[in-house]
Design a protein around this ligand. Structure first.
Ligand code: RM4
Ligand code: MN
Ligand code: MN
Length: 396
């Protein structure tokens, strides 16, 4: 790789910040049961501590996404504690995730529920999240709605659209300047017949109905097989509606696997669309890059380090695309050469350049190895295993 290419990689890495999910450090499993790990985090303090380890070895993860009901069970009252932890571990609070899917009341939906009292409860919770976001100075609120139904004819789909428009408008009205409402979509699960916000079109229309500070969040695992995700990203960029990502990979459905583990070219193509947009428009897209993964077999901190390193590698490779010549080749319809321009960047081995970047930023050249030799995992395994042994994995 020549000096110019190395410089491009370094510049790209300097701007790439990846937000870690607090829930990614906790015990998770499948719908058949949880798999308990002796070192898993069981408190907000432990989640901050684990995230700080990932940041220490990668230098790329300054923020931690919080799930309000799991991390701030007392809502606004927990803000001082979160601020204290953020200071202690030098990790800022990231996106604020409401929980409108877990309470018994939400069996038939939250903001789309036919019962006005339950809709009110859900809206009130999201309004609390807006207040938490403001208090923490963490501007993104990212709700994911599990709302939907399991059988044809059991719910009025159009009425529920109306409830969402109305509810989201009210929530948007509470946003202060700078705050953003990022609407996530998902085609199915837990609902198996209809999901109220099932795809990017529904999310986009609802965001438009809500107001200018509402944007769309793309979770890479929330699409049907074979859907062209980078095309969705291109559309959202074109509409100035691309708010953020939940990164993960998948083979079948919402598998929440490690980023790039199944299809690294997919993530590269997404990054390419963003870089090409920024090059063409000479702007910087304000996109929150967040991880949303559930590592129920891998060690959680190691899986997170792997994810961050993969994101850096794929982002750096996308940065190496020669946009000027690609634009010319596209214009001329030089298909093979245009495609090879993309593939040429994808197949570059950027790892040596990334190692040099890390050294120049006083980071360990090999984050995984640095973590493994740090002794942190052994220490938390000792400290946490008893508590984890008492955690129940069964649904019985
Ligand atoms: C959903 C979605 C949300 C996440 C929940 C726990 O599938 O991806 O982002 O908060 O899972
Ligand atoms: Mn998600
Ligand atoms: Mn998901």
């Amino acid at each position: 790789m020549n000096d110019k290419a190395v410089e491009v990689v370094w510049k790209a890495l300097d701007r790439l910040a990846i937000e870690l999910p607090s829930w990614g450090f906790a015990n998770t499993g499948t719908r058949f049961g949880k798999f308990i790990q002796p070192a898993a985090a069981t408190s907000i303090q432990e989640k901050f501590s684990d995230a700080a380890q990932v940041h220490a070895v990668t230098g790329a993860c300054p923020t931690l996404a919080l799930h309000v009901q799991w991390d701030l069970p007392n809502g606004l009252k927990d803000v001082p504690e979160v601020e204290r932890l953020a200071k202690q571990f030098s990790i800022r609070p990231g996106s604020i995730n409401p929980n409108i899917f877990q309470n018994q009341e939400y069996k038939y939906g939250s903001v789309g529920n036919p019962d006005p009292a339950i809709r009110r409860m859900a809206i009130r919770h999201i309004l609390d999240c807006v207040a938490i976001s403001e208090a923490l100075g963490a501007p993104d609120i990212s709700p994911w709605f599990a709302d939907g139904s399991n059988y044809p004819g059991t719910q009025n789909i159009r009425k529920r659209i109306g409830y969402f428009e109305e509810g989201l408008r009210e929530i948007h009205a509470a946003l202060k300047p700078g705050q953003r409402l990022l609407l996530e979509y998902k085609p199915f699960e837990p609902a198996f017949y209809h999901t109220d916000i099932a795809d990017w079109g529904m999310a986009l229309l609802l965001a438009k109905a809500a107001g200018p500070q509402a944007l769309v969040l793309v979770d890479t695992g929330h699409h049907y097989q074979a859907q062209n995700i980078e095309q969705i990203v291109a559309w959202l960029l074109h509409q100035n509606m691309m708010g953020g990502f939940h990164f993960n990979d998948r083979r079948y459905a919402d598998d929440d696997l490690t980023l790039g583990s199944i299809d690294p070219y997919q993530i590269f193509r997404i990054f390419h669309e963003i870089r090409m947009f920024e090059w063409e428009t000479q702007t910087t897209a304000d996109i929150a890059y967040m991880v949303d993964q559930s590592h129920n077999l891998k060690g959680k901190i190691e899986a997170m380090i792997q994810t961050v390193c993969t994101a850096q590698e794929l982002y750096a490779r996308a940065a190496l695309v020669d946009h000027g010549s690609l634009a010319r080749l596209q214009q001329e319809c030089s298909l093979v050469d245009a495609e090879e321009t993309l593939r040429g960047a994808f197949w570059q081995d950027v790892r040596p350049a990334i190692q040099e970047w890390r050294k120049s930023r006083r980071l360990p050249a090999d984050p995984m190895q640095a973590f493994r030799t740090s002794g942190y995992l052994e220490r938390i395994t000792r400290e946490r295993s008893e508590k984890n042994r008492n955690t129940t994995a069964s649904y019985a």
